[in-house]
Design a protein around this ligand. Structure first.
Ligand code: NAD
Ligand code: UGA
Length: 469
């Protein structure tokens, strides 16, 4: 029986390994992590992440061919294939701070693999890493060579949160990069055999290591670029009276462009788009390509501009001050169907409004009060570096309340900001909400989910991204 071990039981490691176990009943899969609380949660009825469909898959395999453990070294030692799916955040200190990927977690995982291994292994880069990382990893793995053969493969993950299980069950493609040597090709074939159990062969792409590593950064950069492109258009729409939804529809009808990923918004969030583009920018700079670096940096800059523009719109519409005014924040997660708040635009918007002394009442169906308070107190990029976390400021605490439904969040509020496109926000009783609010009552829809005409009929003053005012 092939044994697979995955280091890192996070948003990628957990769901990905659960899917492999589900589709390959004769493969033993163990997910290991140094975070005991996370492993305990994976072994409980309340999984550490919310992802539609994940519970069923985990329940079907856990205790059979899927397990979760903190016994990292023992499982690594007796596995044939080791996926490394640890976090690769943006560096916050030292060379490349604010741009380069921090490979500390990766390096310590690689050193541990080298130290405990007693047999040949295939080591799979599942984390998103800078191009050429495999070369560095090879050096680390072989630093105390005991005659063990390590084959490094790049197998980046393309799942999106909220649709992870569907993405894993039916991926557009699976990418496997490896060395162009006979050993490298054998390793590629071994990993391909795992995916081929449920992924059609023509969707399993094999290529050289550097192409695979770079393809992941390129895919995220181009996806984020589409969002920044439509968001840049949304500013022009507001200035001219065009409607960004109509523009996106018309543009997307061109089959060369396609309609997906053209929803204007308050800005993209999530743990990866910004981090991966900044990493790409840093790599370009290191390779003496400042023009290319500058080009991609604009994608992040437009995203920051969009968030600032949203805050400015809220404050200027509400008579240039929100000081002491209650503002309801509906949604805090970076997108619907996830409880993940990493780099969510809600954080920047809330900070902007708190800076103008607003009283915020925040509601998200999947995000806990603890998480929200931690996020609002954490410095940029620091959320994935626990050693840099600072205690939350008492002033910010007093200005924020976290509630458990949209109606209490909006009661007595002057304005509402919709930050996440949760389905329930489309179907709220807006008449009831309007009646309970201060007047004039404002809605700022950062996700274009509400029916503007209907809300205006009720009496709301509505601002939707990229729509005529
Ligand atoms: P995560 O923070 O949710 O999980 C990473 C886990 O690795 C953590 O639980 C951490 O405790 C563990 N870890 C760190 N160092 C370790 C070590 N030395 N030994 C054992 N465990 C260790 O991160 P994630 O969202 O799962 O992302 C992981 C990687 O996948 C990142 O490179 C990310 O860019 C990439 N990625 C993420 C997504 C996504 O949707 N979140 C999608 C595609 C790719
Ligand atoms: C994204 C990619 O879609 C995945 O392919 C990739 O694997 C992953 O990053 C990663 O590497 O981590 P994810 O961040 O989970 O997945 O979610 P997306 O659906 O891409 O949304 C990202 C952000 O963009 C969200 O805040 C979303 O609301 C926003 N968005 C998305 C828009 O504002 N407009 C759109 O049209 C689409």
């Amino acid at each position: 029986m092939v044994k697979i071990c995955c280091i890192g039981a996070g948003y990628v490691g957990g769901p990905t390994m659960a899917m492999i176990a589900y589709k390959c009943s004769d493969v033993q899969v163990v997910v290991v992590d140094i975070a005991a609380a996370r492993i305990n949660a994976w072994n409980s009825d309340r999984l550490p992440i919310f992802e539609p469909g994940l519970d069923d898959v985990v329940k079907a395999c856990r205790g059979k061919n899927l397990s979760f453990s903190t016994d990292v070294e023992a499982h690594v030692a007796d596995s044939d294939i080791i996926f490394v799916s640890v976090n690769t955040p943006t560096k916050t200190r030292g060379l490349g701070a604010g741009k380069a990927a921090d490979l500390t977690y990766w390096e310590s995982a690689a050193r541990m693999i080298a130290d405990v291994s007693k047999s040949d292994k295939i080591v799979v880069e599942k984390s998103t890493v800078p191009v050429k990382t495999a070369e560095a990893i090879e050096k680390i793995l072989t630093h105390n060579s005991k005659g063990i053969n390590f084959q490094i493969l790049s197998n980046p993950e393309f799942l999106a949160e909220g649709t992870a299980m569907d993405d894993l069950a039916n991926p557009d493609r699976v990418l496997i990069g490896g060395r162009e040597t006979p050993e490298g090709q054998r390793a590629i074939a071994a990993l391909k055999a795992v995916y081929a159990r449920w992924v059609p062969e023509d969707r399993i792409l094999t290529m050289n290591l550097w192409s695979a590593e770079l393809s992941k950064l390129a895919a995220n950069a181009i996806l984020a670029q589409r969002i920044s492109s439509i968001n840049a258009m949304s500013a022009l729409c507001e200035a001219t009276g065009a409607d960004v939804s109509e523009v996106a529809y018309a543009v997307g009808k061109d089959s060369r462009i396609g309609s997906r990923f053209l929803n204007a918004s308050v800005g993209f969030g999530g743990s990866c788009f910004q981090k991966d583009i900044l990493s790409l920018v840093y790599i370009c700079e290191c390779h003496g390509l400042p023009e290319v670096a500058h080009y991609w940096k604009q994608v992040v800059q437009i995203n920051d501009y969009q968030k600032t523009r949203f805050v400015n719109r809220v404050v200027s519409s509400m008579f240039n001050t929100v000081s002491g005014k209650k503002v309801a924040i509906l949604g805090f997660a970076f997108k619907k169907d996830t409880g993940d708040t990493r780099e969510t635009p809600a954080i920047d918007v809330c900070r902007g409004l708190l800076g103008d002394k607003a009283q915020l009442s925040i509601y998200d169906p999947q995000v806990t009060e603890d998480q929200i308070r931690r996020d609002l107190a954490t410095g940029k990029f620091d959320w994935d570096h626990p050693q840099h976390l600072v205690p939350s400021s008492p002033t910010a605490c007093k200005q924020v309340s976290v509630v458990w439904d949209a109606y209490s969040a909006t009661a007595g509020a002057h304005g509402i900001c919709i930050m996440t496109e949760w389905e329930e926000f489309k179907n709220l009783d807006y008449k009831k909400i309007y009646d309970g609010m201060e007047k004039p009552a404002f809605i700022f829809d950062g996700r274009n989910v509400v029916n503007v005409e209907e809300l205006r009929k009720i009496g709301f003053i509505v601002y939707s991204v990229g729509k005529p005012l």
